[in-house]
Design a protein around this ligand. Structure first.
Ligand SMILES: [Zn+2]
Length: 228
């Protein structure tokens, strides 16, 4: 809480809840007590970092200097914007050799606000996001582990509340060393993303991070260094 895009993304990257990182609206403010972002931790560990996104407020998910590559298209309000972004991402990430990349598709949220969550146009936007993800997955090298998730849900034409519809998100992972066809037994929180991704890359988590690495998705002992 609040189930709002910038506070939730800040939690997804800085591994702490809004009461700790201090971002409670979609307007970024400098933190009083900074917490390292996943991007900062990976950058210090010499892992290349990339961000590809279509909602401009997501430019502050790490400290200045922590991104090696950054691509922004101002098209999250346009039908087809996510597909355009995915085409860009597929081209950029097709040659990915290591490190971490974040890809943000914003059109599902746009249609949720204009047409309502779970409406027919909303489900069409979800189908388009699925197609966009497929375009990217089709180009990724086989050694890449991919997580598909969301920052928040929604109800009616809004979100931000404590309703389960606003707070419940998908969390899917696939790649080498990851269990296939397995359903998570434990609940996953958005603050679990940074320690999980750091572990997948063999990087020590920041001591400030409050989440846990999701170890149960690992296929076998030793399959993923740091998670097994
Ligand atoms: Zn929204």
């Amino acid at each position: 809480m609040p189930s709002v895009t910038l506070p939730c993304h800040t939690s997804m990257f800085r591994g702490v809840k809004p009461e700790r990182h201090g971002i409670t609206t979609n307007v970024w403010i400098p933190p009083a007590r900074p917490v390292p972002s996943l991007l900062d931790v990976l950058h210090r560990a010499k892992k290349p970092t990339t961000s590809i996104y279509n909602w401009e407020q997501l430019r502050d998910l790490g400290d200045p200097g922590s991104l090696d590559h950054s691509y922004f298209l101002n098209n999250c309000y346009e039908p087809g914007g996510d597909l355009e972004l995915a085409e860009l991402a597929a081209g950029v990430l097709g040659g990915m050799e290591g490190g971490f990349a974040f890809v943000y598709l914003g059109y599902v949220d746009t249609v949720g606000h204009s047409q309502g969550w779970m409406s027919d146009p909303y489900l069409e936007a979800v189908t388009q996001a699925d197609q966009a993800i497929g375009m990217i997955l089709g180009e990724l090298p086989p050694q890449v582990v991919c997580i598909v998730t969301s920052d928040h849900g929604g109800h009616a034409q809004t979100h931000g509340t404590e309703m389960p519809e606003d707070l419940t998100i998908p969390w899917l992972i696939r790649g080498p060393g990851i269990r296939r066809g397995y359903q998570l037994q434990e609940s996953v929180e958005i603050i679990d993303n940074p320690p999980t991704i750091a572990a997948l890359l063999g990087v020590e988590p920041a001591p400030e991070w409050a989440g846990k690495a999701i170890a149960e998705v690992v296929a076998g002992e030793g399959a993923v260094e740091g998670l097994s």
